[in-house]
Design a protein around this ligand. Structure first.
Ligand SMILES: Cc1cc2nc3c(=O)[nH]c(=O)nc-3n(C[C@H](O)[C@H](O)[C@H](O)COP(=O)(O)OP(=O)(O)OC[C@H]3O[C@@H](n4cnc5c(N)ncnc54)[C@H](O)[C@@H]3O)c2cc1C
Ligand code: FES
Length: 277
């Protein structure tokens, strides 16, 4: 019988620095044994582990439509994330997953999708955007709009890719930074303000909203004003986790386990647990 606590070996194929302050790094990882490869959906996460350091949860930034690798973007915080930042290409780490639920791509099939994000929370939303824009899926969805903000250009993740997306006509991309800096010719202002300015139509549209708590707090009323009901606004929650599979009780919010019932929740679900929003 498969031991659900046993990590699978993954080799680091490629690493690059995402942010100019070097706190964010992206890792492309490949399975050491092809037979261990698993299917996943946008929004799911994995537990990455380094022997002697520990294990921590990270959202999958690659899309299931991208074959042969798994991508994660890691913000350096303390023990595990620092150890990940010290990894070199070719080294082997452990992974458990895929864990948790995913963005409700079946429910919003045929609808318009608005993705709103700030900082490095774009990770699993990148997975979603790539998945939706894949030629195999794009025809199943209406307009796709991305509103993404960072404090300054150097803290924006996936910059090269975002520039490519700006040129595409199957996704409408709006990038913003907090304050004007030399050379920046896109939008300026906080994500809630920019969302209000762009005013995506709420008709037949769903929102996936991930970012720092302050961004969520001020964007939510804007979305409500635009007519999005809480049933059609989804977010991904982060909580401290241990087992990742609903056994240890470390990650609960009210009666829900973030690792099992989430991390993706609608605001209609979260409203039933008032202290969480
Ligand atoms: C579902 C999920 C997806 C995530 N996706 C990503 C991702 O894509 N990229 C990324 O960089 N990080 C992500 N995180 C957060 C990441 O798991 C933590 O930053 C990491 O566990 C910190 O480990 P550490 O050993 O470096 O620091 P620790 O020593 O464990 O913690 C350092 C500080 O971070 C806080 N912290 C630890 N874990 C969490 C957590 N899960 N949520 C909030 N605060 C925490 C602690 O309270 C402490 O203050 C995700 C978390 C969850 C639950
Ligand atoms: S992390 Fe153990 S129950 Fe969620």
């Amino acid at each position: 019988m498969k031991n659900v606590y046993m990590p699978i070996p993954l080799r680091v194929r490629k690493i690059w620095v995402e942010s100019d302050d070097k706190t964010l790094r992206t890792f492309d990882l490949e399975f050491v044994n092809e037979a261990d490869a698993f299917d996943y959906m946008p929004g799911q996460f994995c537990q990455l582990s380094i022997p002697g350091k520990g294990e921590a949860p990270f959202g999958i930034a690659s899309s299931p439509t991208e074959k042969g690798f798994l991508r994660f973007t890691v913000n350096r915080v303390r023990v595990v994330t620092t150890a990940l930042h010290y990894l070199e290409e070719g080294e082997v780490i452990g992974i458990r997953g895929p864990l948790g639920n995913y963005y409700p791509v079946e429910e919003f099939r045929g609808k318009n999708v608005v993705i709103v994000s700030g900082g490095f929370a774009l990770t699993t939303l990148r997975s979603l955007a790539v998945y939706l824009c894949d030629p195999a899926n794009r025809g199943d969805y209406g307009d796709i709009t991305l509103i993404y903000g960072a404090r300054r250009p150097g803290l924006m993740i996936y910059r090269d890719e975002l520039e490519e997306w700006e040129k595409k006509d199957d996704i409408s991309v709006h990038l913003t930074i907090d304050e004007q800096v030399k050379g920046w010719d896109k939008m300026v202002g906080f994500v809630p303000t920019v969302t209000k300015e762009i005013a995506p139509s709420s008709e037949d549209a769903w929102v996936m909203l991930c970012g720092p708590p302050i961004m969520i707090k001020y964007t939510l009323p804007v979305l409500t004003e635009l007519g999005f009901p809480p049933e059609r606004i989804y977010t991904s929650l982060e909580r401290r986790m241990k087992c990742g599979i609903g056994k240890c009780g470390r990650c609960n919010i009210g009666p829900k386990y973030v690792c099992l019932d989430g991390p993706v929740f609608s605001f209609a679900e979260l409203e039933k647990i008032p202290e969480e929003i």
